[in-house]
Design a protein around this ligand. Structure first.
Ligand code: HEC
Length: 141
């Protein structure tokens, strides 16, 4: 490889390393009881499910539902009805999993809520439901 090529590769590697903390901080805040942040979580724990669900959410849902899950994602204004404010949802976990898998249309709602059943695994879907439950801010009746 030419020396220019080697320099380019070194620069790319350095940039990748510099971006790592940025990528890590792009995940939604994990505010779990017991100070789970940073600790190694047992795979089957609820905290781990919430953490994984937050990562899936960042990848697939943010554009419409927004980084704060308040329904104000970048693309939200393109849709009528607008993406739901997931923090204020009155739905239970089973309904979360159902609409995530089957999409809005299958449930008599907007087709703009896509069906994710062919894209996400059952674990990812259940993790998403756990994440949505953890950020739900609807006052309990
Ligand atoms: C292309 C835009 C779009 C994307 C991407 C999207 N949604 Fe939606 N979502 C919507 C819209 C629009 C609605 C409202 C449907 C309605 O009111 O009929 C909705 C509704 C919902 C609801 C119902 C909430 C309630 O209280 O009834 C849930 C749960 C939900 N979305 C979860 C997700 C999750 C999780 C993802 C990522 C895997 C996601 N959505 C990705 C557009 C989107």
């Amino acid at each position: 490889m030419s020396s220019a090529g080697r320099r380019l590769r070194a620069a790319c590697a350095a940039l990748g390393l510099a971006l790592l903390p940025l990528l890590a901080s792009a995940a939604p805040p994990l505010d779990t009881p017991g100070g789970a942040q940073g600790a190694l979580l047992p795979r089957d724990s609820r905290d781990a499910a919430i953490f994984r669900g937050g990562l899936v959410y960042s990848n697939y849902c943010v554009t419409c539902h927004g980084i704060n899950a308040d329904g104000n994602g970048r693309a939200a204004r393109l849709y009528n009805p607008r993406p739901a404010n997931l923090r204020m949802s009155d739905k239970n976990d089973a309904y979360f999993a159902l609409i995530i898998r089957m999409g809005g249309e299958a449930l008599g709602r907007s087709p703009f809520m896509p069906p994710w059943g062919a894209e996400l695994t059952d674990e990812q879907t259940n993790d998403l439901a756990a994440y949505l439950r953890s950020i739900n801010a609807r006052p309990k009746e």
